[in-house]
Design a protein around this ligand. Structure first.
Ligand SMILES: [Zn+2]
Ligand SMILES: [Zn+2]
Length: 390
């Protein structure tokens, strides 16, 4: 199916929005300029909205003129950036020091703005479309906070959908699964306490470096020996801090890391085993271990029927062979999971890789592929139209 002509006409405009947003990356729940930018556009097009969700988040809506059905769909785009320094040198590179749109949320926002504009000009459907502009996806739980601030109480939304650009897929491809898409994200800190002393008299000390290194190795065997090998789970120890001199055994070593899982039972089991492993090894060596375990985003699990529906809409646009319907889940995390825990829906990857745009997400040379904008908007519009027909 060819891309709607009026969308092609909007392409330059969308590219401008995308690049303007790319210049002003903001993080956390403090994306004030980005939020104002979105609201300015909505106002200009006469689209109703309510703000203040998760501080800078916005919900806009367009009611179709074809009937009085109370059916409703929610489309979500995240709009926050990352705390990293951009290494690109093109004209639209970041102007905010130490912040960068390295996950393509500038593109997601532009595609949703394009869909809002098009559907407000062409409201030939029976029901209501909600456009959920969400801040703070990158670790700030903006999705959860929007729900706490009344997203689903203030608006009747039956199903929710989100698109994420995916450098691992070619431009013109989609990826979707009828189950897990992204892992649950947890973090932990371990303080290993020993007894400091002279490096040449280890018998008088309890060396926390030795204990910490045994713990790091043993944590990996939780994955390889305790978790069912068919299940997917990951532990990465990403922080280790200790010691200050060549000839001193320090009192303590601090470790930190992340855990990714898909099932609640696995999540519970790993938390318990990290505790048992760290404490047991410390005690066996005459030391102690204190563990803090933090549960962050839940796993992003698509619902089945809505994902089959979303995949079929993609197939009509780009052809059956370009839609990977049981795409491998990613061990990355995503706070659209909170929305999917409340409502049926689907989270899809939209391919963005061509010869030029092949940098991975969260890298300093990443840029959203503007050639993806028309396809993304067209997808949203087809999804909405078919949703109201189903
Ligand atoms: Zn990201
Ligand atoms: Zn992202």
């Amino acid at each position: 199916m060819p891309i709607l002509n009026s969308i092609n006409q909007m392409q330059d405009e969308m590219k401008t929005w995308r690049q303007e947003l790319h210049r002003i990356p903001e993080i956390g729940l403090e994306e004030y300029k980005t939020s104002s930018y979105i609201k300015e556009k909505l106002k200009k097009w006469g689209i109703e909205y309510k703000d203040g969700y998760s501080n800078t988040g916005i919900v806009a809506w367009v009611r179709g003129t074809k009937g009085n059905s109370d059916k409703s769909i929610g489309l979500r785009a995240d709009f926050d950036a990352l705390p990293m320094t951009e290494r690109n040198n093109f004209k639209h590179k970041s102007t905010n020091k130490g912040m960068m749109h390295a996950c393509g949320h500038d593109g997601h926002t532009s595609m949703l703005l394009g869909a809002a504009k098009y559907l407000s000009e062409n409201p030939d459907f029976d029901g209501t479309v909600h456009f959920i502009f969400q801040p703070g996806e990158e670790g700030f739980g903006g999705g959860e906070k929007m729900i706490q601030d009344g997203l689903f109480q203030d608006f009747k939304i039956d199903e929710v959908y989100a698109l994420h650009n995916w450098p691992g897929l070619k431009l013109g491809q989609f990826g979707v699964s009828t189950g897990p898409m992204m892992a649950a994200v947890d973090e932990f800190d371990i303080v290993v306490k020993g007894k400091g002393g002279h490096a040449a008299m280890p018998d008088l000390a309890v060396d926390p470096v030795i204990i910490a290194s045994q713990i790091i190795n043993s944590l990996q065997t939780i994955i390889s020996r305790i978790i069912n090998p068919v299940d997917k789970a990951l532990i990465s120890v990403t922080k280790i801090h200790g010691g200050s001199a060549y000839n001193v055994i320090d009192d303590e070593v601090k470790l930190g890391g992340t855990v990714r899982t898909f099932k609640n039972e696995t999540r519970d089991l790993i938390e318990k085993k990290i505790n048992d492993t760290a404490k047991g090894i410390a005690i066996a060596n005459g030391g102690e271990a204190e563990i803090q375990y933090y549960r962050k985003y839940p796993a992003t699990i698509n619902s089945k029927n809505e994902s089959i529906f979303a995949g079929n809409v993609a197939k009509e646009l780009v052809g059956e062979k370009n839609v990977i319907t049981e795409v491998e889940p990613s061990m990355g995390g995503e706070d659209f999971s909170y929305l999917l825990n409340e409502k049926p829906g689907s989270y899809l990857y939209i391919g963005q890789n061509d010869n030029y745009h092949n940098a991975h997400l969260h890298t300093t040379q990443y840029d959203f592929n503007d050639n993806l904008l028309p396809l993304g908007v067209n997808y949203w519009i087809e999804l909405v139209k078919k949703f109201f027909q189903k």
